[in-house]
Design a protein around this ligand. Structure first.
Ligand code: PBG
Length: 333
């Protein structure tokens, strides 16, 4: 890119471009819009329309009925897609995550209800076993180890069930090796050629998932940590390898997760691969902003929009966030 030599002060006064709202808007480099948002929400199987989760104020578990209403709300607000996660009844959990492949299970019913309510809104599903397993891990366990290849077989079954229910985007979040390729060839084999894959390509073993595990009810059952499959927070080169692998296996879009502590990774990935790159502003990031705002320590709406704008500036095509409806409303007016 050609860069003209800069004039020096006083000829160059950067504040000229900041002197009023009109000129700040005129020269702004990146802009957040509702089209940048994917609304993450958790569904449960009970009759209560909303069940509050203490560590995620303002992001309750929703009934299937309420989730369908949320889909219509997304349409009205201009939010293109919803990512849905399940709170599974503990009685339905086992060590293989059997409920993950139930065609009449909670996730499939939620997907159908949302697609019926607002077919114009894209629906994205996590491909991972953790909401369904009695041990809270994303894969099958043998002798204390998470099995890779046997888990991938379960994930393929899960992904196909979700796609058959009407899910538009499959988002493998398990970090097993080789799952994107197997998922892509299986979708092709089933004739489901239009189902997109957004790979959780660079997903780190993070403390910021805590409130999510409360929301889906895996926190109380999870044994140990996920460090043998999720990435080490110290690594950046490895993130590029992970992304390259998922793209070569057939991912249409890639994701970095968590978001704010990993903006350097977002920027490297977006610049290196020039493929739609997303970030997940995870539950812990949401909870921090909400907690500080509730204490009156920060302006919640401004902090929300500033944090989301940061993802755009770093190169994201969009952001998965629990703030989506609130952010869309704030942007509208
Ligand atoms: C599970 C999964 C997690 C999240 C999305 N899918 C948590 C984990 O890996 O333990 C986190 C979402 C959030 O924290 O908001 N595969």
């Amino acid at each position: 890119m050609y860069r003209a030599p800069l004039a020096a002060y006083p000829a160059l006064r950067p504040r000229r471009l900041r002197q009023a709202d009109w000129i700040r808007r005129l020269v702004r480099e990146t802009v957040l819009t509702p089209s940048d948002l994917i609304w993450s929400l958790v569904v449960h199987d009970g009759p209560e329309d909303e069940i509050q989760v203490a560590s995620m104020p303002g992001a309750p578990r929703m009934s299937v009925r309420r989730a369908a209403e949320a889909a219509r709300e997304a349409r009205t607000l201009g939010i293109p897609a919803i990512a849905v996660f399940p709170f599974i009844d503990p009685a339905l959990k086992d060590d293989r995550g059997t409920a993950a492949t139930d065609e009449n299970g909670l996730i499939c019913r939620a997907v159908k209800a949302m697609k019926d309510a607002a077919p114009e809104v894209g629906i994205m599903c996590d491909v991972a076993l953790d909401p369904f397993t009695s041990h809270g891990h994303d894969g099958l366990i043998e002798n204390g180890r998470i099995l890779n290849d046997a888990t991938v077989e379960r994930l393929i079954e899960q992904g196909l069930v979700q796609a058959a229910a009407g899910c538009d985007i499959l988002a493998p979040s398990d970090m097993m090796d080789g799952r994107v390729g197997r998922l892509r060839t299986s979708l092709e084999a089933e004739g489901m050629t239009d189902v997109a894959i957004m790979a959780y390509a660079a997903k780190y073993a993070s403390a910021f998932y805590g409130p999510y595990r409360d929301a889906i009810g895996s926190a109380s059952v999870l044994s140990g940590d996920k460090k043998t499959y999720q990435m080490d927070p110290g690594n950046s080169e490895e993130a590029l390898r992970e992304v390259a692998l998922d793209i070569s296996e057939g991912a249409d879009m890639v994701m970095v997760k968590p978001g704010m502590p990993y903006l350097d990774i977002v920027q490297r990935v977006a610049e290196t691969f020039a493929l739609p790159t997303f970030a997940f502003q995870v539950s812990g990031e949401y909870a921090m902003i909400q907690a500080a705002a509730q204490n009156g320590w920060i302006d919640g709406d401004r902090a929300m929009l500033e944090s989301l704008g940061g993802f755009k500036r770093a190169g994201c095509a969009g952001v998965i966030t629990y703030f989506a409806p609130r952010a869309a409303r704030a942007l509208a007016g």
